[in-house]
Design a protein around this ligand. Sequence first.
Ligand SMILES: Nc1ncnc2c1ncn2[C@@H]1O[C@H](COP(=O)(O)OP(=O)(O)OP(=O)(O)O)[C@@H](O)[C@H]1O
Ligand SMILES: CC(=O)N[C@H]1[C@@H]2OC[C@@H](O2)[C@@H](O)[C@@H]1O[C@H](C)C(=O)O
Length: 378
Amino acid sequence: MLVIGLMSGTSVDGIDTALVEISGTVESPQVQLLAGETYPYSPRLRETILQVCGGEKLSIEALASLDDNIAAEFAQAALNIQKEAPKAQLIGSHGQTVFHRPPQNDRLGYTVQLGRGAAIAKITSIPTISNFRAADIAQAGHGAPLVPKIDAYLLSHPTKARCVQNIGGIGNLTYLPPRQTENWQQKIFGWDTGPGNVLIDLAVQFLSQGQQTYDHNGQWSAQGQPCSELVHKWLQEPYFQQYPPKSTGRELFSPAYLAQLHRDAQAYSLSDADWLASLTDLTAISIAHSYQTFLPEMPAEVLLCGGGAHNAYLRQRLLAHLGSNVKLLTTDEVGLNSDFKEAIAFALLAYWRWHNFPSNLPKVTGAKEEVLLGEIYL
Ligand SMILES: Nc1ncnc2c1ncn2[C@@H]1O[C@H](COP(=O)(O)OP(=O)(O)OP(=O)(O)O)[C@@H](O)[C@H]1O
Ligand SMILES: CC(=O)N[C@H]1[C@@H]2OC[C@@H](O2)[C@@H](O)[C@@H]1O[C@H](C)C(=O)O
């Protein structure tokens, strides 16, 4: 089956679009990436999305327009990716997260992904599945991360324990015990580790007065030295100490949050490069700390994916904190494209929904039950 996966993540940098051929069976799918492309948002739309993520108030009418503007750009991405290919039979569209509130005590979580599937189906004339997180949230789950079941099917190893670490705007991991382990599927873990690139990106934009949006290959931070005392103080953030299941977003790791970290850096008279190095080190140590605190054992291999896998300085800091027993690779090195992995995941999640195969992992999200994820728009 030819399926398109569409995803724009918390970095809000553009629409990751994957055209994949899915063969095999539902329980043993094989996925081949035929084409992958990131289509940047138009600058005005990106600006509006970031304002809304930052809590700016919207009228319902403005919300409706934003929803459909995003749907139109997602639909165009789907049309573009298959210009030179046979027509896809299905689209899985994550949409754009603009709000995410995890569940708390008896209160259900709430999450909003804009870019309605009905409009994408209408514009493309291809059945579209969207709103993947809602059913898990209705089961008292976090609705995130959803990728762990995909990782289990595509990236687990018969004899080695692996972690798959996404470093997008937010970071998230899947812990995969060796497949030979008894009841191995019951022993999969996953949660959001905290900031991926979000704090680094916000700091680079602030320091460059909007001229740069990210620290290319980590070149700027590599010129500085992390301030270990400050990094350890920042690691006391309650989110990092909270037991999984857990999920987070730009609501916590926001411009206001970064402003406090900037004031801390000024109190220590850090240079710009030292501050960036410290933020990068915080990102790395928060990942390693969560493995050391919440996993039953350290993995033999960590497979990186997401844009942060390109940040050489971040990788260096991560290796320093994980320790030399852990092998750091990217998912590319085991055959899965690391830049389009999330888009590929939403294609496979759509395929599973189409075939009525549940795709949340209740142990990961905290949901009461396994459920079908996604709403179908013919
Ligand atoms: N060459 C590079 N060097 C350093 N950082 C990079 C590079 N390329 C991409 N990035 C970082 O990756 C980010 C985008 O990553 P990605 O597209 O995986 O995030 P996302 O999917 O939006 O987020 P999430 O996974 O949280 O939903 C950019 O904002 C940038 O910070
Ligand atoms: C609410 C939301 O959009 N969460 C994203 C975000 O981006 C990374 C991390 O936070 C992850 O948990 C999730 O996305 C991935 C695709 C997931 O659900 O597995």
